[in-house]
Design a protein around this ligand. Sequence first.
Ligand code: SF4
Length: 296
Amino acid sequence: MNENILKNLAWNAGNYMKFETERPQTWCTGCGNFGIQNALKRALVLEGFDQKNVLFCFDVGCSGNGADKIEGYSLHGLHGRVISLAAGAALANENIKVISFGGDGATFSEGPGHLIHAVRSNYPMIFVHHNNENFGLTTGQASSLTKKGAKMNASPDGVFLDPINTMDFVLGLKPSFVARGFSGDIDYLTELFRKALRHDGFAYLEVLQSCPTYNRDTPEHWYADRVKHIEDAKNYDSSDIWQARKLVEDLNDEIYTGVIFEDKSKMNFLRAIPNRKNTKTVLKDEVKRYGISEFL
Ligand code: SF4
């Protein structure tokens, strides 16, 4: 192997370790969460981030247990409430990149109201939706995204309701950035994370992932057989919301991943506030100690 390649590999490995931790692993073998977090760590390194300029905010769930597996500032919030927590942090300090994570139970059963207003407000942050189509941490109950007919632990006769089409839901809210990836397609997912990190506004990144322990209807190969890249969709224009909504209708046969929609003209919340117009300074609240006992 040539010397430059070896040097690059060593550099990447060294930097990659910036977000690694020695804490013990609790995800099941084969879980899609591994691929998601690996892609994120790679993207952060490739975009030049380190621990001091990123905040990770985790909802409750298997995705939330990712808090143990990444080194850096992190918060673990209440179920379904991570977006509001993360938005507060993002609005308080523009010098940090806020990345929040929630599963399908948290996002589309417990807390969709927070998602609606974050998209509408275009808060400057990333939300990563881990979509494994069930409540994994509580042992495999159906979520509002579980496929119709799937036999889950608390619905042994099969789910009888249609799942929410999450991508169409978000696209209906006039978003500024909507992307979808697959946990088994790590190189491509890394590039999606990089694009989300560069986006100035609310970046919604949904990642399709298998849950081999509880969701037997959609194993890794089910996705691998269906997932396609947006670059292969003929004449696709990611600035056209109606093309995007049409493209995401299909949840079962051809599932496109990539940046599905982007509106670069929409100003993020802090730029859009009328009384901050023409303000050159950034909002910044330095890390310091606060007494919180009066609130407890
Ligand atoms: Fe992953 Fe499912 Fe295990 Fe949770 S229960 S860690 S989502 S495989």
